[in-house]
Design a protein around this ligand. Structure first.
Ligand code: ZN
Length: 348
């Protein structure tokens, strides 16, 4: 097993399994799933677990890979998703995670003590996360039910608009300041999540939405899978002001492995060296401190550097970090310690 173990801020495995790209049940994880993440590759990479996103894809399922190879781009956001379809898909994905837990392949964790004990037992620690709250009704009944089965983290939007707010479109080069932020229901959602002990994820909010959460949340500010705008001026990345607000709240940022959010030219080009990921880590630590940076791979959604390829490629990233001179204590913080610290503060 590779050390230190990696606890990761974001993956889309549940979407891949549920949409049936290989198998629409647990075998998409237990066998050779053909995804970035399956059980064997996770063990090989020293993957301790992380946030498993429930995510409702848009109906067309359009891929923007070709557009994102251009010098600049401004992708239209898919239309809002209605509640019946969102609820059906969200329940299907939650059910897959529950089934993986029942089979002992993952442990759905509701506390940092639970994450630590899964890590000690060699079971993958899964935090149930929702990326885009289309499935949540304004009465929060779905939120209460999903909380009861383990939901502990939620992004009010995945870039598309929801009843809770407006997200950030995929633009390069562009500021994240793209429009209005949270709606009044979105503000209520933030307070409800604070009360329940559900982490709010800032990653797909635009800048106005980010500041709405900053003003209304009583918890540390967290962007689970975003990078530094100063190094890659993509609308999805965080400006200096945003990073400093995250630092001041004692929150954190998970480094996104998606090449379009890493590269200076914003292109979706997998020929991106691992060294570029370490440059973002260096920069983020300079801006917000070594206690507030971790990983948010975006495995099973994003195009990641070819040198990483999939979750079995995590050792290559650790090697690059060690080669950069990161000592044992720092490696431990970046690989999982910082996530455990922030979750402990958030869920308490
Ligand atoms: Zn995402």
């Amino acid at each position: 097993m590779q050390h230190p173990l990696v606890f990761d801020g974001h993956n889309d495995l549940l979407l891949q399994i549920q949409s049936g790209t290989v198998a629409a049940d647990a075998s998409g994880f237990l066998g050779d799933g053909g995804h970035h993440i399956d059980l064997d590759k996770a063990k090989a990479g020293g993957f301790a677990g992380g946030f498993f996103a429930i995510y409702v894809p848009d109906e067309g399922g359009a891929s923007f890979m070709a557009e994102m190879m251009a010098e600049s781009y401004d992708l239209p956001l898919p239309p809002a998703v209605g509640w019946p379809r969102a609820a059906r898909i969200a329940l299907a994905q939650a059910s897959i995670l529950i089934s993986l837990d029942a089979q002992g392949a993952v442990d759905i964790c509701r506390s940092t003590a639970g994450i630590r004990s899964a890590m000690n037992n060699g079971t993958i620690a899964a935090v149930m996360h929702m990326e885009g709250a289309e499935a949540i009704d304004p009465g929060f009944h779905m939120l209460d039910v999903l909380y009861a089965v383990g939901l502990r983290s939620l992004g009010p939007v995945w870039s598309r608009p929801t009843i809770f707010g407006y997200g950030v479109p995929f633009r390069f080069p562009a500021s994240p300041d793209t429009g209005p932020g949270l709606t009044p229901d979105g503000i209520r959602l933030v307070k409800k999540c604070n009360d329940l002990g559900v982490m709010i994820d800032l990653s797909h909010l635009n800048e106005a939405g980010f500041w709405d959460v900053a003003r209304n949340s009583s918890k540390p500010l967290v962007a689970t899978h975003s990078n530094a705008h100063a190094l890659c001026p993509h609308s999805r990345n965080l400006t200096g002001r945003q990073l400093h607000a995250i630092r001041d709240s004692d929150g954190m940022v998970g480094l996104n492995f998606a090449v379009a959010f890493l590269r200076e030219d914003g292109r979706m080009d997998e020929e991106t060296p691992i060294a570029r990921m370490v440059e973002h880590l260096d920069y983020l630590m300079e801006e917000i401190g070594e206690d507030r940076v971790g990983f948010g791979s975006d495995f099973d959604c994003a195009t990641v550097p070819a040198e990483i390829r999939d979750i079995a490629g995590l050792p290559a990233l650790r090697d690059a970090m060690r080669a950069r001179g990161y000592n044992k204590a720092l490696m431990q913080k970046l690989c999982h310690g910082n996530w455990l610290r922030v979750l402990n503060q958030t869920w308490a």
